[in-house]
Design a protein around this ligand. Structure first.
Ligand SMILES: Cc1ncc(C[n+]2csc(CCOP(=O)(O)OP(=O)(O)O)c2C)c(N)n1
Ligand SMILES: [Mg+2]
Length: 331
């Protein structure tokens, strides 16, 4: 597994502040959703991304607005990192008319085509073939757009994942497969269901280069994303980035007692594998952004999330007469 080989001086202060803002926004969004869900304000299955922020932030930092991502059932962080509007996202989770999918998608189908976020997906591994579709479309149209398909360790065991690797390799598609190995597929440990093997190695069978990185290290993820996105954009075909990460909350809100975790495991992950703590420690340690400047960003983000949640609470539900509109797309 590679950790960051990065030279911090390669980043401008603005880039570091922007990266931090994305990390902090995802964390604050998810912590607020955790509370709102417990208070009964959010209907539907809701999976939180806290702990995994460095992956969405590190990969999307390398993407252009006209690149596309396909997501998993744990999609809020991907949407935020790709630039989706926070208030409209929060409204979507609350099932409101003003949501990004007019309140009909909810957490697990959150999407915002206007920023290239093609949607969370209730089917484990279901976003991966969609990533190939992005690549094929870009190739056929002769653009240099890139598709990034996020997938969990469990989703990587779906046949569709291997079929996607095969197609992407045969057609040399501009796609990056980003595996988020957070240690579990629901309650099943990835050490068990992957037999301790890295998903990146599956790429070898298809001639797809893969990197195994510390997914709690923003700089390690970004390093790998720079190389993979450059390869895709320049006609070099697909890549796999296999990120070892940590999920801070249960599998989903409301229904997970986390009895499958070792005692003290969740606390240990938060103490030792927090990507935000690691980011601030490296950047303040190098004297590039001060703790006070990070605190100021924290306050701005907290205000923005509070405004989004209040707006979602105050917003109207969709009109029942609209129940069946916008549900299917006509081509
Ligand atoms: C095809 C399919 N099978 C089973 C499920 C039920 N299910 C929902 S999430 C999940 C685990 C997914 O694990 P992983 O891909 O590691 O993602 P994580 O939840 O860890 O982010 C399963 C089995 C599903 N949604 N889709
Ligand atoms: Mg998992």
């Amino acid at each position: 597994m590679t950790t960051a080989s990065v030279v911090l001086d390669d980043f401008t202060k603005v880039q570091l502040e922007n990266a931090y803002r994305v990390l902090r926004t995802i964390r604050a969004f998810e912590e607020r959703v955790h509370v709102e869900y417990a208070e009964g304000n959010i209907p539907g299955a809701t999976h939180l991304y806290a702990g995994q922020e460095a992956i969405a932030a590190g990969c999307c930092a390398e993407l252009r607005p006209d690149d596309y991502i396909s997501s998993t059932h744990r999609g809020h962080g991907h949407a935020i990192a790709k630039g989706a509007d926070l208030t409209r996202m929060m409204m979507e989770l609350f099932g409101r008319e003003g949501g990004v999918c007019r309140g009909k998608g909810g957490s697990m189908h959150i999407a915002d085509f206007s920023v290239g976020m093609l949607g969370a997906n209730g089917i484990a591994g279901g976003g991966v073939p969609i990533g190939c579709g992005v690549g094929l479309s870009a190739k056929v149209r002769g653009t240099d757009q890139v598709g990034v398909a996020f997938v969990g360790d469990g989703g990587a065991n779906q046949g569709a994942f291997l079929e996607s690797l095969s197609l992407a390799s045969v057609w040399q598609l501009p796609v990056v497969f980003v595996v988020e190995d957070n240690g579990y597929a629901q309650a099943t440990a990835s050490k068990y269901h992957l037999r301790g093997l890295d998903v990146a190695r599956r790429g070898e069978a298809f001639g797809i280069p893969g990197a195994v990185v510390d997914g709690c290290d923003f700089f390690a993820v970004r390093d790998a994303a720079v190389e993979a996105v450059r390869r895709a954009r320049s006609g070099g075909g697909p890549s796999i980035i296999d990120c070892k990460t940590a999920r801070f909350f249960g599998h989903m809100e409301g229904f997970d007692q986390q009895a499958y975790r070792g005692s003290g495991e969740a606390e240990k992950l938060r103490a030792e594998r927090d990507c935000i703590q690691r980011f601030t420690a490296s950047v303040t340690g190098a004297g590039l952004v001060s703790p006070e400047e990070f605190d100021a960003i924290d306050r701005e983000v907290a205000d923005e999330i509070a405004r989004a949640a209040e707006a979602a609470k105050a917003a109207a539900d969709p009109d029942p007469a609209e129940l069946l509109t916008d549900v299917y797309v006509s081509y």
